[in-house]
Each structure stands twice: as C-alpha cells, then as structure tokens.
Ligand binder design. Sequence first.
Ligand SMILES: [Zn+2]
Ligand SMILES: [Zn+2]
Length: 456
Amino acid sequence: MEKLLDILKKSIEILKTYPLCDYCLGRQFASIGSGLTNLERGRAIKTMLFMNACAQLRDGSGDAEILKILAATGFRAAAKSLENMGLETPEIKSCYICSGVLNRRRFNEIAERISEELREYEFKNFVVGARIPSDVREREDLIRSEFEIDTGEDIKGDVTREIGRILLRKFDAAVEYHNPEIVVLVDIFSNDYLIQVNPLFIKGFYRKLVRNLPQTPWYCRYCWGKGCEYCNYTGREYPESVSEFIGNPAIEFFEALDYKFHGAGREDVDATVIGTGRPFVLELKHPRKRYLDLKELEKLINEKAEGKVEVSGLEYSSRKELRLLKSLSPMASKTYEAIVEFDGEVDEESLKEVEEKFKDIVIEQRTPRRVLKRRADKIRQKRLYYVEAEKLDEKLVKFRIKAQGGLYVKELIDGDEGRTKPNIAEFLGRKPLKIDLSVIEVETPTLGHEKEGIED
Ligand SMILES: [Zn+2]
Ligand SMILES: [Zn+2]
C-alpha cells in the first residue's frame, strides 16, 4: 500500500497547484507499470483519488476539496458528484503542461491527415518522431524538480506512441527505429507534421559497351551546362551517360523524385566495361514504390539503353552498403583488357618476357599528365598482379592486366614519358599508337565485414 499512497499523495500535491490532463499526470509515473499508456495511468490515478475522496466524504473524514481539484482537471465523475451534492462545480482549467493539446481527438485528427498522405507510398516500416516546443518542456521540468519526480518520461513518448498506434492500425507496417523507410515528424502543438520518405538503395553491376560515354553527365567545359556555341547549346561534352541510362528508368519505375548514382570507381570515358561489370549503388530519392520486381527494372533499363549500357544482378541494398562501396572501391583490384597497336612488330618472345617481368610487382607512377589539372602531382605506388599478352597481329597485342585500384593502366602501357616505371612500351622498345581499354572486372567489396579489408 505504501507505494500506491506515495503515488496518490504526490499526485494530489501536484494537482493542487497544477491542473494536469490524464496524459500529463500519468507521464510523471511512466516508468511504473509497463504496458500502460500515460492516459491510462493518469486516469487510474485520478480514479483512485476520486474513490478515496468519496469514501472519506461518506464517513465524514474529508471534505469536497479533492473533488473540486479533480473536477477542475476535467475529471467528469468528480464534477458529477459535486453537482449531486448541490455544490458548485469549478471551471475546467486547461492542462498546465500541454494546455490540453494531448487528447485523443487531436491525435486521431492529425493521424488521419498523415494517413491520407502516406497512402500514396508503399512502405513496410516507419517511425514517428515528435517536435515539442521548449516552453512545454520547461513547464514539465518545473513540476519534475518541484516534486522530485524521477519516474517520468519525455513528453515526446506520448505523441509518438499515440500516433504510432493509430498508424499501425491503418497500415500493414511495423515500427522501425534504425532504418525506417518513412519518418513521420509530428508537431502536435502546432497541429502540423512532416513526412520524410527515406531513399531506396539498389545495387548491381553495369557493363558499358560503347566508348566515349562518361559514367555521369559531363558538362561543357566552357559553359558548365548552360549551353554555348562550343557545345552546340546542349550544355554537355557528351550527350549521354551511364548513370542516366540507369537512373532515369529507375525513377520512373519507382516513381521517385530524383536519383544519385554511386559507381565503385569510374573508368576513362573512352574505356568500355565488359565481363562482370562494375558494381554500383543507385540511390532513389523519395520513392513512392519500394517493393517491385528488380528483374523488371533490369529489363527496362537494358531495353532503353539500346546496347550501350547493360545492368545485371540488381538487388535491394542499403545506405550501409553504399558507405562500404565508397570506402572500399578505391582499393578494390581491377582487371583490364587493352588492345594495343604498336609502331612496329612485337615478337612472341618479348611478350613472354613482359609476362614474367610484370608479375606481382610495384609500379611507381607520377600523376599522369592528362589528369594533372584535376589531381595533385605526386608519386603513387600501386601493385600490379599480372599482365597476360596475346599477339593478335604483327603490331597488335591484347593485354589482360590485373592491378590494385588506382593504377593508371594506359600509362603502365605507354609509360607517360617516363613518369610510370617500369612500363611496357619501354620494356618492348615500341611506342603504342592506339590503346583500346576495357574494364573486365571490378572486385566487389565484401559486404558485412565493415572493418575488414580497409587498408591503405
Ligand atoms: Zn496535458
Ligand atoms: Zn557549352
């Protein structure tokens, strides 16, 4: 009995000075008795106080004071009793903390508006957040310190629980705190809300089957997209890009507003990507749809790209995997195929020697001249795993090269005027006239072990 009396005594003390609604009274004891809402707690406390007051009135050990206090908080049975006793019923005062904002009708009404908007989206989980004005918090803090209350919870809990409960009833979805598809931010005090639709992530591999196609839109170097004489008023150096071939159909498919393309590194604009392709993650912003057949999307992209770009292995992904892709892809090893035309005949014997010499060695590269404008001039050391050479014609050789991420392969072949050492051209004593480069394989960062594999 002792604890119950503590709760009741403290409650009546509070209510004497501060009229509180059921939610706000119950919330001061939120850590006592799980499975109850604060509305239920507050109501139960007021009910007990009411019954106790009635019992005292019956045996004459108390007066109607407590009934008046309860009636002033909106507790109807107390008002009714006073009326029956022919006593004056006090005016109902609004809750000292929330001014009466926390109430079922208001929760239902805002939840209805939220639901209406949410119906436009496909989702399986969500989370509700709440914004609470600081003056409300200040009033609650004042009561907590004045009455030494250490069993309360944050007022946010009442808003998120009530709205969450209603939404759970209306939608076939679960509450998800860590990675929600939808975040509903409720400001019950200004009767407003905000729906944040989190992005959808899709991963896969792309093959780029034509040369002179940049990975992402390449804007005109003179007008930066505005359009000028140089770019024929297109604003672009190249009219198309891999990311647009993938992103635009995906936007349509998922009814998203925008996309962001994240490739696991990028190839030169004139290099193709064949073989298994290059991993990428596509981030779709504000999608209305989320649970669609990715095989369909794959078909759609490949049809629209008309053989220029091909995607495969599309799967749903996450922001976590995107982060991993970004942190690991610079280190990921890559395999290339290079068809090289030399300025003179190359014999089989020297190609054998190239394979032996360029096996598991470290290549020293000064930043290539062609990228000096964008990159700092420094020396990089990158591991070269192997070079395989196949003579196609007198002066034509097909190389297959596997190297650590970040090695400039064209320069490994032509030497970049001695800036890359050792290099194949110098070793063969021949000058390459034409290098057609293709990426055959990009090592996929292993997912799931975030710490492993990160080294530099
Ligand atoms: Zn209140
Ligand atoms: Zn231009």
